[in-house]
Design a protein around this ligand. Sequence first.
Ligand SMILES: [Zn+2]
Length: 296
Amino acid sequence: MTVLKNAFTVDFEDWFQGIELDPATWEACEDRLAVGTLRLLDLLGEANVRATFFILGSAAATAPDLVKEIATKGHEIGSHGYGHEFVYRLGKEAFREDLEKSLEILDRLVSQPVRGYRAPYFSITPGCEWAFDEMAACGLSYDSSVFPVQNYRYGDPLAPRWLHERGSGITELPPSTWRCAGRNIPVAGGAYFRIFPYTLTRFGLLKANSAGHPAVFYIHPWELDPQHPRVPVPRRVAVTHYWNLRATEPRLRRLLADMPFASAAEVIEQVGQFQGPTHLPGPDGSRVGGSGPLTG
Ligand SMILES: [Zn+2]
């Protein structure tokens, strides 16, 4: 019997790039990217897990050797865009420019083809469907940005919870949720991993597996660096960014021991993406034919 693997994904960016600071201030911020990244690479190495790193282009520009090291260790490289801007604010043309700029720098740094994209702040929301056409036009084959939850800055609670075809040649790999009392509870990682008890995350991810689906987990390098600087940010941002950072490393160690993980590309391949779209359900969650080899 094949063991169902789960996607371990990393949004590769420095601590100041995900807290809605003016990019003009980034240069004055302390560069801490290597601290969390090297800890993460050690943890993944100990667990013998190859993950997907969605690389922010502007972070790659300041830490090219770190990106090369990630790729050399066998991890998949994806794009997290270039400037860490909300996709729904960028609009179609600026999104394309941002994506192309990020792919250009990745192309210079790594030899593997880039297949996947994760939007900053999961900011592909209803009305941003044009983004999938732009991804396909840039040669990408999957996206992991549509979070089926309600959050003040992202989410689509009506979006499918499981891997599905978007219809533009793009496969969507949604971050994991646990369906409880008619609501989707985010159990995919990040701040939720630090705020909720560890056992809730594990329970939610295993629930996905017991339903025959891979779970999708995400984390940031700065979440493994509790000593990174504190700056004044809006309270709603501070709560999620700084909460319980010391818990990340021990919890990650447990998680990596508790269930099998692989890169997003490997997980999609496992579910049948590369055998043709008929193996995957459509956007409404209904199967369009075939029976995906989820387990067995
Ligand atoms: Zn990000």
